[in-house]
Design a protein around this ligand. Structure first.
Ligand code: NAD
Ligand code: GLY
Length: 366
């Protein structure tokens, strides 16, 4: 096991990463220290891992809240369900919520923890690759609104993250690949050597090789921890963590939550961000090609799906948390390993790029 710390003064917390973390109950016990715990999970993950978590906890001081699985349930209604369970069981402000699942469970449990009695502690036990490298770290919590993804939320840091990559044994291939999109993102925004390492280790990552996974998760968490420690509430640099997300979120909302996996939408968004960067004279053509090739080698999509026309995507991108004074802002890559936010993107440039990155069958018909 190794530990990465998110340095936030007296709210600093550890991300424990390794194999066998759930099987050995010591770490969970140490983290929860006998407090009353509400374990929040969903009906897909709970049958797999709930018993392991409950085995480490005092049954007298533990309750569970099992939600239906799926991005479409990342809603205020699910948060209300958690709050109702907490109130019915008379949980006080000294309780801890424990999120057991992927990014959906983590985001909505974190939001419930942020608002329950004006804020209680929570622990993240992420069980997808995407959640281990991204959503469980950094304290962004949220639920979706029909008009926009993650539009209702709060910054609320967990007190600990326990990432056990044994949970990937049951993770479907498509979900696993989706997590790799966020891993590629870290190379693009902050670490060219890591991007090059991903290029040379793509086969090991596809095969879920434990050593390769350990390096990929650790480096991703180190980069995220460093960015979050420097700009917890996204006043500036943290926005680079959203590379590809403005476009990706628009696809997710436009196609209906759950049609594309979040990581798949991000992968298409990364291609879009690289195309945009090249149009601005930043990234060069070789970097665009290298990014598309890496994403494709990892089994990720890089073209936008047919049903959404370019003008609808632009409209949807207008509902983005980076919008300031009604102006869209995009994260672009200066070169692989360095990113910045730009507000000076003309609509004509967006249309040009969106017209290019369509699925092959679209191209054939247009
Ligand atoms: P998810 O939570 O929907 O999990 C994917 C699927 O895998 C679900 O069906 C889930 O039940 C199942 N699952 C989870 N762990 C499993 C396991 N070990 N074995 C078998 N099945 C398992 O999706 P995700 O990709 O983990 O997270 C996506 C969500 O995270 C989105 O809502 C996105 O907005 C959010 N997100 C948040 C942040 C943040 O900073 N807070 C960052 C990135 C993404
Ligand atoms: N996933 C983007 C962030 O945490 O800021």
């Amino acid at each position: 096991m190794f530990t990465v710390v998110v340095e936030l003064g007296d709210r600093s917390y550890p991300i424990h990463i390794g194999s066998g973390l759930l099987a050995s109950d010591t770490l969970l016990r140490q983290t929860l220290q006998g407090r009353r715990v509400m374990v929040v999970s969903n009906d897909r993950v709970a049958p797999l891992y709930l018993d392991a978590v409950l085995g480490a906890l005092d049954p007298e001081r533990t309750a569970t809240c099992i939600l239906p699985d799926g991005e479409q349930h990342k809603t205020l209604a699910s948060v209300e369900r958690i709050v109702t369970d907490l109130l019915q069981r008379r949980f006080g402000r000294d309780c801890v919520l424990l999120a057991l699942g992927g990014g959906v469970v983590g985001d909505l449990t974190g939001f419930a923890a942020a608002v329950y009695q004006r804020g209680v502690d929570f622990v993240q036990v992420p069980t997808t690759l995407l959640a281990q490298v991204d959503s469980a770290v950094g304290g962004k919590t949220a639920v979706n609104h029909a008009l926009g993804k993650n539009m209702i939320g709060a910054f609320h840091q967990p007190i600990a993250v326990l990432s056990d990559f044994d949970t990937f044994a049951t993770l479907p291939a498509r979900e696993y690949r989706a997590g790799l999109a966020e891993v590629v993102k870290y190379g693009l925004i902050s670490d060219a050597a890591f991007f090059a390492w991903l290029q040379t280790h793509s086969r090991e990552l596809q095969q879920r090789d434990p050593a390769a996974l350990a390096h990929a998760i650790r480096r991703s968490c180190e980069i995220k921890a460093e960015v979050v420690a420097g700009d917890e509430q996204e006043q500036g640099r943290r926005a680079i963590l959203n590379l590809g997300h403005t476009f990706g979120h628009a696809l997710e909302t436009g196609l209906g939550y759950g049609t594309l996996l979040h990581g798949e939408a991000v992968a298409i968004g990364l291609r879009f961000a690289l195309d945009l960067s090249a149009q601005l004279g930043l990234a060069d053509a070789a970097e665009v090609t290298a990014t598309i090739e890496l994403l494709r080698t990892l089994g990720l999509p890089t073209s936008r799906p047919r049903p959404l026309p370019a003008d609808r995507i632009i409209e949807l991108m207008g509902v983005d948390k980076k919008v300031r004074d009604g102006r869209l802002r995009f994260v672009v890559v200066n070169h692989i390993g360095s990113a910045e936010v730009r507000a000076d993107i003309a609509q004509s440039m967006l249309l040009k790029i969106l017209d290019r990155g369509v699925e092959p069958e679209d191209v054939a018909q247009s």
